[in-house]
Design a protein around this ligand. Structure first.
Ligand code: ADP
Ligand code: MG
Length: 143
């Protein structure tokens, strides 16, 4: 399955992500790809809203994973940007998150290619400056 969705504002990206969060099933793993400043955090915030999580979602800068327990399902928000070695994922017990009953949202999944579950949802956000500053193409692929 492949689907493309265009947004023209952060709000539209948030709404798209919120719908996904509202319908996501336990055990889902979502890989969120895109350059710095493209809207991954905006997406994560909308997604969390869809899970009925109302505390603010920030980038988990100092830890690899942030846990949000108050919603419809637990959300495990990963930022793999600073991972030097995949063994750092072992240290935090990543398998319990990836193969548990919550939902994983993984930023910078390209840092841990060998650890990603076979079944996952890929979300890629891309800019295209020719289409305007706030234009984003969101591509979803279900693997
Ligand atoms: P990232 O987490 O990918 O580094 P952020 O979500 O922190 O990026 O920032 C994205 C920035 O782009 C925000 O300032 C947001 O307001 C802006 N923006 C402009 N248009 C859009 C859009 N269509 N979707 C998402 N963010 C957008
Ligand atoms: Mg971010």
């Amino acid at each position: 399955m492949k689907e493309e969705h265009i947004t023209y504002s952060p709000e539209e990206t948030r709404v798209y992500a919120k719908k996904l969060g509202a319908s996501i099933e336990p055990g889902s793993v979502i890989c969120l790809e895109g350059d710095l400043g493209v809207g991954k955090t905006v997406f994560a915030q909308g997604f969390a809203e869809g899970l009925e999580i109302h505390e603010p979602i920030n980038s988990p800068t100092f830890t690899i994973v942030c846990v949000y327990d108050e919603g419809r399902l637990p959300l495990y928000h990963f930022d793999c940007y600073r991972i030097g070695d995949e063994s750092e994922m072992d240290e935090i017990g990543y398998e319990d998150y990836f193969y548990g009953d919550g939902v994983c949202l993984i930023e910078w999944p390209s840092m841990i290619p060998d650890l990603l579950p076979k079944h996952r949802i890929l979300i890629e956000i891309q800019k295209n400056l020719e289409e305007g500053l706030d234009y984003r193409k969101i591509t979803r692929k279900d693997l």
